[in-house]
Design a protein. Structure first.
Length: 343
């Protein structure tokens, strides 16, 4: 039976409201949650960007949900700090926290004033960070000199069980490469053939653990309203890499998204006023082999989505034999959507 989680979008909702939303999601019946970790929103229309690590402490303390976060060690964050932060959460909330270290996006990392490296350099830097974090989680003293530098670092409060490091990927090549180090895989809704190939690349190269999927969706009382929500909030997330990796500010994203159409948004967001259609799409993802689905309603008012999907969609996904094979609406599209999955 597939796990159905709630995605908490820090770029779109203020931290206090988002905390209430995730508490609401737990009461309504969602199984788990994950969140983004941004310094800058994708658009001025989104207008928020709370600090994920502070928020995670509050969210874990005030719910019983399991949480994950997609983050980017190496530039804005030193890997030893991510190791310490994740170890602290894992120590306080055993078995309830995972994180997905990615290679990052310029919109969040440019604030350091350092140059934005090429993708291959960022990938190597990420792999160094993963090695540093794992060594620190084992309790050793770490010195490392490479694309990142660590001098005589040690974490004094090491969790009994280190948090899983889940690989974020939006490409088959990244999924294949991550199989060497990851405890699982997380990606975003894409064409069914791409998702199948990505899962196969990860598994065939020795990748273990669960497969998570973040699903961008828009639902409302009418089709026109569902389209309007998606176009307003997620139009800047319709472009394939390297655009979402390399643009530096929300202003740049708003500029490139100015003329995006509703049909283009539908290539990255499941848009429908029909709950049955959303059930079909989500059931299709589960049939592809994803163990956990994290639903991201791309609007800013989460309560109607939470209540309606908890009552009408989640029970159908959880019923034995309920998964209905379906081709996602963008199965023929070529876009690799921008998202909080960053590698």
């Amino acid at each position: 039976m597939v796990t159905v989680g709630f995605h908490a979008s820090h770029e779109q909702i203020s931290p206090g409201q988002l905390l209430q939303d995730v508490q609401h999601a737990e009461r309504a019946g969602f199984d788990a949650a994950m969140c983004s970790d941004h310094f800058e929103p994708w658009s001025a229309r989104q207008g928020h960007s709370g600090f994920a690590w502070s928020w995670l402490g509050a969210a874990l303390a005030t719910t019983n949900l399991r949480f994950g976060v997609v983050t980017a060690p190496g530039q804005r964050y030193h890997p030893a700090i991510i190791a310490q932060a994740s170890a602290t959460l894992a120590s306080m909330f055993p078995g309830r926290f995972w994180f997905a270290p990615g290679s990052g996006e310029n919109m969040n990392e440019h604030i350091t004033g350092d140059g934005w490296p090429a993708k291959d350099v960022r990938q190597r830097r990420l792999e160094e960070c993963v090695d540093v974090i794992r060594r620190l989680h084992r309790g050793g003293e770490v010195t490392h000199r490479g694309l990142v530098t660590v001098e005589e670092a040690r974490i004094w409060d090491v969790p009994e069980t280190p948090p899983p490091l889940i690989a974020p990927a939006v490409s088959v090549d990244t999924a294949r490469r991550a199989a060497a180090w990851a405890d699982g895989l997380v990606t975003v809704n894409q064409p069914a053939a791409t998702l199948k190939e990505m899962l196969a690349a990860y598994r065939d190269n020795g990748g273990t653990g669960k497969a998570f999927l973040q699903v961008h969706l828009s639902w409302a009382g009418s089709e026109d309203e569902a389209v309007a929500v998606a176009l307003d909030q997620w139009r800047t997330n319709t472009y394939p890499p390297p655009i979402p990796w390399d643009l530096p500010t929300a202003g740049h994203f708003d500029a490139v998204g100015e003329h995006v159409t509703a049909e283009q948004v539908r290539t990255t967001v499941n848009v429908s006023a029909s709950l049955d259609r959303h059930v079909e799409w989500l059931g299709g993802y589960a049939d592809l082999g994803f163990d956990e689905l994290y639903l991201h309603f791309v609007g800013q008012e989460q309560a109607p989505f939470i209540d309606t999907f908890a009552a009408e969609v989640l029970p159908q996904l959880r019923a034995p034999g309920s998964s209905t094979p379906a081709v996602p609406q963008f199965a023929a599209a070529g876009a690799e959507p921008a998202s909080d999955v960053t590698a």
